[in-house]
Structure formats: structure tokens, C-alpha cells
Design a binder for this molecule. Structure first.
Ligand code: ATP
Length: 238
């Protein structure tokens, strides 16, 4: 397996305050890698820096290429895509319009756009049924599906998901994570940021624990889930 995303000694600051402090993390092609940790640990900041939404210092490479000099659009063209925590859908627009906006940066020909839309509808039949519905009338689970579907419209190779389980009922969380695993099977690599440590570790190959901007623990997800420190702090066991 080749290293797809390489992050080393990464620092990200808001003014004087460093939110990410020397993070080292790597993701191999075809993996689901999870980053778990409490509120305010720096998870969202890490993803924003990888996407190019925030300046960062340190090693940041995709497929061996330095990302620092590339703007967000170019990173999308290289196959990176971020699904933000707040989903950031256009509430007054239809499901279809939201999906089409996801492909906007890729400047697709109508035929390619149609094909991609078809594949998203096949993956999310519920979105197909609701294609004309306003996004702000969707349920929480449907909204997360729309956010994922919109991201897929940009044909990502590495999808970064910021708390896809946030605010969703356990059954819907399971459904969303099954879709994430299916995406991996279809060749999309996934960087999964979650406060729901149990769900994240169950669904990922490798995991990192981020605490106050630093990696506190890392390892294969199955081993991390057995780690007494992880169990006590993040899995609710004593
Ligand atoms: P959560 O799960 O609550 O979203 P997180 O792990 O994603 O947490 P971040 O949102 O990355 O954490 O925040 C990391 C730290 O950076 C926090 O201390 C936060 O208060 C701070 N921070 C985040 N955004 C800003 C900002 N725009 N300006 C200043 N500080 C910020």
C-alpha cells in the first residue's frame, strides 16, 4: 500500500493560539483512518488545514506532492474533498441543485455530470426519491447523505469526513458508516474525524487519538479499542 496522505509535525494556529501542535499522521491508499478525541482537540482544524482552508506549517503531502502551495480548488482537482461538520448545504435549494453544485469545481460535461448523478442516486436511493425536495426539509440522516452525495459529485479519491455521526440517531449512524465502508470498498480512501469513538474505531483500519492538538495514541483501530486508556476515556468502560 502506498502512502496517500502524509502529515508530519503539522502546526496550525489561530493567531497566537496553536490548535494543532506537531501532528504526525499518515493514510494509505484504500484505508479508513479515524481521528478521535474530545471537543476542541483540534480535529476540525486539522481537516481544514489539509483542505487548504487554514494555513499550516509542517509536512502536508498528497501522493507525495506538497500541498502547501495548492489552493482549495486545486486540492479538490487532485481528489481531496471535505464534508464539513455542519454539512453546509444550501437549504433553500433542492437536493438535485445541491448535488450539481458538488460537481461545479470539476467543470464536467453534461454527459459526465449525468453519469455521476446517476451513481450518487444509486448509492443513495433516498436522495433520488427526494431530488426535488428542499434540502432544509430533509431529516438529519438524509442531510448527511446529501452532504456525502454532494462530496461524491467531485469524484474524490480521499474523502475527509468531519463528524458524520453528529446529531444522528444510532441506527442512522450505523447506516452512514456502512455507506462509508462501502465507499472504501469502491476505492475511496477516508479520513474520518469523530467524537463517537466506538463507531469510528469499529469502522476504521487505523486510528489516532488527538488531545489538545497533539496525537496522544495511535495504532490499528482494533488495538486502540482494546487500549485501557481509550476504553476508560472514550469508550465509557472502566
Ligand atoms: P469539536 O469536536 O468541538 O469540533 P475539534 O476537535 O474539531 O472540536 P477544533 O474545532 O479544531 O476542535 O478546535 C481546536 C481549538 O481551536 C479549540 O480550542 C478552539 O476553541 C480553537 N478554535 C477553533 N476555531 C477557531 C477560530 N476560528 N478562532 C480561534 N480559535 C479557534
Amino acid at each position: 500500500m502506498t502512502v496517500m496522505l502524509e502529515i508530519a509535525d503539522l502546526h496550525v494556529a489561530y493567531g497566537q493560539v496553536e490548535a494543532v501542535r506537531g501532528v504526525t499522521l499518515s493514510l494509505h491508499s484504500g484505508q479508513i483512518v479515524s481521528v478521535i478525541g474530545p471537543n476542541g482537540a483540534g480535529k476540525t482544524t486539522l481537516l481544514a488545514a489539509a483542505m487548504g482552508l487554514l494555513p499550516a506549517r509542517g509536512v502536508l503531502r498528497l501522493d507525495g506532492q506538497d500541498l502547501h502551495a495548492l489552493d482549495v480548488q486545486t486540492r479538490v482537482e487532485r481528489g481531496l474533498c471535505l464534508v464539513p461538520e455542519q454539512r453546509e448545504l444550501f437549504g433553500a435549494l433542492s437536493v438535485l441543485d445541491n448535488l450539481q453544485l458538488g460537481a461545479y469545481v470539476r467543470r464536467l460535461r453534461p454527459e459526465a455530470l449525468r453519469r455521476r448523478l446517476q451513481s450518487v442516486y444509486e448509492r443513495f436511493p433516498r436522495l433520488a426519491e427526494r431530488r426535488a425536495q428542499r434540502a432544509d426539509t430533509l431529516s438529519g440522516g438524509e442531510r448527511q447523505m446529501l452532504a456525502l452525495g454532494r462530496a461524491l459529485m467531485s469524484a474524490p479519491r480521499l474523502l475527509m469526513l468531519d463528524e458524520p455521526s453528529l446529531g444522528l440517531a444510532p441506527l442512522i449512524v450505523r447506516e452512514i458508516l456502512a455507506i462509508v465502508r462501502q465507499l472504501r470498498a469502491d476505492g475511496v480512501s477516508i479520513l474520518l474525524v469523530e467524537q463517537n469513538a466506538r463507531a469510528a474505531l469499529e469502522s476504521s483500519d487505523h486510528g489516532y487519538v488527538l488531545e489538545t492538538g497533539e496525537i496522544a495514541l495511535a495504532g490499528p483501530s482494533r488495538a486502540l479499542a482494546q487500549d485501557p486508556r481509550v476504553q476508560a476515556t472514550y469508550l465509557g468502560a472502566s
